[in-house]
Design a protein around this ligand. Structure first.
Ligand SMILES: Cc1cc2nc3c(=O)[nH]c(=O)nc-3n(C[C@H](O)[C@H](O)[C@H](O)COP(=O)(O)OP(=O)(O)OC[C@H]3O[C@@H](n4cnc5c(N)ncnc54)[C@H](O)[C@@H]3O)c2cc1C
Length: 365
């Protein structure tokens, strides 16, 4: 699926390294693997082989490379359906957020360990009444002599049951303007007063959690960036969250498995060309987003576009595979079943589809 012409030698070498590790590793390729079971050992091996935190400064455990270069690694991992969930959120957006907004001490405390996948982060943004409308966050952080005390509730927190730390968006002051008075924090999941409760999915899987914060003490040094600037900071974080290839490659392991079976006839191949065209456009958009991130910009509308169109492409991949199932083996059928169960997630996580459209529309006005 890669175009050799547009890849640098470095990108080709990184892709080869990822393929080599995936070939050696004992795992079952999955759709939506970045939202699946955690395999800390796999993530740590990626870190050892220099395949994590590529864009971060060298003195924070990175390689000072571009987001375009990193894209080669993330695309390959998703293509292979590799077990990446342990490091995904931390490497994708928490490290970059700390590097953009955090104090040097905060960066030193967390980035090198994130780069080695020694620790995992979960994202505490959504609340029972604050999902699409994130500015409605009601969790509070109140200043004390030593730092902050957090009270409130987060919901749909993916991977909080294996995460060591949480990113938490909380209200630090009341204001007429709902976008003012928000701040970002790091919270230790094992701190007294943090209660992580599982939410079991309809498929019986444990992916989400609800988290209650009951008088949770957080040191002042774990405030990320500037008090009261949480809204501006989280918006720039969402470009990292929404603009990556996981928004259109989560179902690729299924498509790849179908192609491997060699069951396509001429009609199927004609339909496949439509999917390939969409995939090519989205990959090109991901490269534009990566280039914008490299330039220090926050490509919020482009990321929302990628997320919206990527979701549609993933659903189209399922529609493409469905009529082929009777010609496929049990492995493809198992991948398909799991992909169908995972498919409703894509339209919601990271922001609901209508909200993505509204972001894009605002940008055009
Ligand atoms: C798989 C998955 C993983 C997730 N992981 C995390 C996580 O790790 N951390 C975290 O903080 N959150 C997480 N979430 C939560 C996710 O961010 C929210 O589900 C999402 O923002 C939508 O919020 P909501 O569920 O409260 O739905 P609501 O905001 O209540 O929206 C419900 C429906 O109303 C529609 N709607 C809402 N507002 C508008 C509008 N302005 N215009 C038009 N239509 C609208 C939408 O179509 C949506 O389907 C996850 C969600 C999923 C599905």
């Amino acid at each position: 699926m890669t175009s050799q012409d547009t890849m640098t030698t470095r990108e080709q070498s990184l892709r080869a390294k990822v393929r080599e590790l995936c070939a050696d590793w004992d795992y079952e390729p999955r759709c939506d693997a970045w939202g699946g079971e955690a395999d800390p050992a796999f993530s740590q091996e990626l870190g050892r082989r220099g395949l994590l935190a590529l864009t971060w400064p060298k003195d924070l455990g990175g390689a000072a490379e571009s987001n375009l270069t990193r894209l080669a690694v993330t695309e390959e991992l998703l293509r292979a359906g590799a077990p990446v969930s342990y490091h995904w959120a931390g490497e994708r957006q928490i490290g970059p957020t700390l590097i953009r907004h955090g104090s040097r001490a905060l960066q030193d405390e967390f980035c090198p360990r994130l780069a080695r996948a020694e620790i995992s982060f979960a994202l505490g943004m959504s609340e029972p009444d604050a999902g699409s409308d994130l500015a409605a966050v009601r969790t509070t952080a109140t200043r004390t002599d030593e730092g902050w005390v957090i009270n409130g509730r987060k919901v749909w927190t993916s991977g909080a049951h294996f995460a060591d730390y949480l990113y938490v968006l909380a209200r630090t002051s009341k204001s007429e303007d709902r976008h003012a008075g928000l701040s970002e924090f790091v919270v230790d999941t094992s701190a007294p007063g943090v209660h992580v409760q599982p939410i079991i999915g309809m498929d019986g899987g444990h992916h989400f959690n609800e988290i209650v914060f009951d008088e949770v003490h957080v040191p002042d040094r774990w405030l990320i960036g500037t008090e009261g600037h949480g809204w501006q900071q989280v918006i720039s974080q969402l470009a990292f969250e929404r603009g990556g290839p996981e928004r259109f490659l989560s179902m690729y392991p299924l498509l790849g498995a179908v192609l491997d079976t060699g069951v396509l006839d001429d009609t199927d191949r004609a339909a496949l060309r439509g999917l390939t065209a969409q995939l090519t456009v989205l990959r090109s958009l991901a490269r534009n987003i990566a280039a914008d991130l490299d330039a220090g910009r926050s490509p919020v509308a482009q990321a929302a576009t990628s997320k919206y169109l990527g979701n549609r492409l993933e659903l189209a991949m399922l529609d493409f595979v469905r009529p082929l199932l009777s010609r496929c083996d049990g492995r493809v059928r198992a991948l398909f079943d799991a992909a169908v169960i995972a498919s409703p997630k894509s339209g919601l996580r990271g922001g609901a589809a209508p909200v993505m459209l509204s972001i894009v529309t605002k940008e055009m006005q």
